[in-house]
Design a protein around this ligand. Structure first.
Ligand code: ZN
Ligand code: ZN
Length: 345
């Protein structure tokens, strides 16, 4: 039996629709009929060969939600017919990192849509522990996108150890940033500053309760200092991936502040050890991906509406290689809204 999948066959070439055999499931696995697969900026990097995938051909797609179609004999956590969304990192569960609750560093971890076949397909097979119940209040599209951008923001806020009453600046108001604004609020941040050069994004962040800061109108570090009566912010999240915004995130910190770097770049940025770190006992940390254990709370926050995802999905397309390639091209040109989701139908 075969299924349709849109696959990366060769880097720097358009993805192709292929008929592939329906994925087998092992005893602990589930077969999920894909209802939604988000098209992420990372997918454009995989297609372009900027970020290497394990082997080709490969079905892309790491933001996946659907319905359980079949379960292996050892599976008891989900049943056939359940609505689920998928944690994208498949881990061994036994290595040093897995057994200490830090499975994003699993020595044999494999990301769906990068290291093993992903969700640009009619069906996908994953271990049952990667399938999380999707609350009825959330659509499949929201469930899919939640598992990448919102989960990454949530993990970054956990790494920042944000406490009730603190102030936070969020640099970059794309999919991650818009989730970060809402999650920071839900976690008790009092004053939230959204930093971006895009007025539309600033307005949306404003609707979610962030004070807009536009670097085009003046130095954001000075503006944040002015808005916080000279103190600076307790937490700064850098979601852009530019040396300049990373430096601004560090410079905008208050005493005991934490800057969390989430944006990706291979370039370096400068820190003044005395002014930026020592004098404030500040910390600069990185946050990578997220943890399975964080997802149930994140899903519950979305179910209750603390995290509103209704504005996040900007378009849907069918499981069609041409349409997907067009979205990837638009992402590469930086003009593809916030998130397009594939709905295989
Ligand atoms: Zn993603
Ligand atoms: Zn492991």
């Amino acid at each position: 039996m075969t299924i349709k999948a849109v696959r990366l066959v060769k880097t720097r070439q358009p993805l192709q629709l292929q008929e592939v055999s329906r994925p087998d499931i092992g005893g602990h696995d589930v077969l999920v009929r894909v209802k939604s697969a988000g098209i992420c900026h990372s997918d454009a990097h995989y297609r372009a060969g900027v970020s290497p995938v394990r082997s080709l051909p490969l079905t892309l797609g790491h933001e996946v939600a659907g319905v359980v179609e079949e379960v292996g004999p050892q599976v008891s956590s989900v049943e056939v017919g359940d609505r689920v969304c998928l944690h994208y990192l498949v881990t061994c569960g036994d290595c040093y990192y897995c057994s200490t609750g830090n499975e994003q560093f699993c020595t044999s971890g494999a990301m769906i849509g990068k290291h093993r076949d992903g969700g640009y397909a009619e069906y996908i097979s994953v271990p049952a522990r990667n399938a999380f119940p999707l609350p009825d209040e959330l659509t499949f599209e929201q469930g899919a996108v939640l598992m990448c951008s919102s989960a990454t923001s949530f993990h970054a806020l956990q790494k920042a150890e944000i406490r009730p009453g603190e102030t936070i600046a969020i640099f970059g108001l794309g999919g991650l940033g818009m989730s970060a604004v809402q999650l920071a609020r839900a976690l008790g941040a009092l004053d939230i500053y959204g930093v971006d050069v895009d007025e539309t994004k600033l307005e949306m962040a404003d609707c979610y309760g962030a004070v807009p800061v536009n670097p085009k109108a003046g130095d954001p570090v000075e503006e944040l200092r002015r808005l916080t009566a000279g103190k600076g912010v307790d937490v700064a999240l850098e979601l852009v991936g530019l040396p300049r915004t990373m430096q601004q995130a560090v410079q905008s910190l208050a005493v005991f502040g934490r800057a969390v770097i989430v944006g990706i770049t291979d370039r370096t940025f400068e820190i003044a050890p005395y002014a930026d770190l020592l004098m404030k006992e500040a910390r600069v940390l990185g946050a990578a991906d997220h943890l399975a254990q964080e997802l149930p709370l994140l899903l519950e926050m979305a179910r209750r509406g603390s995290l509103d995802l209704s504005h996040l999905i900007t378009g849907t397309i069918p499981l069609d290689a041409g349409a997907i390639n067009q979205v990837l091209a638009r992402l590469e040109r930086g003009e593809a809204g916030i998130r397009t989701v594939i709905v295989p139908g």
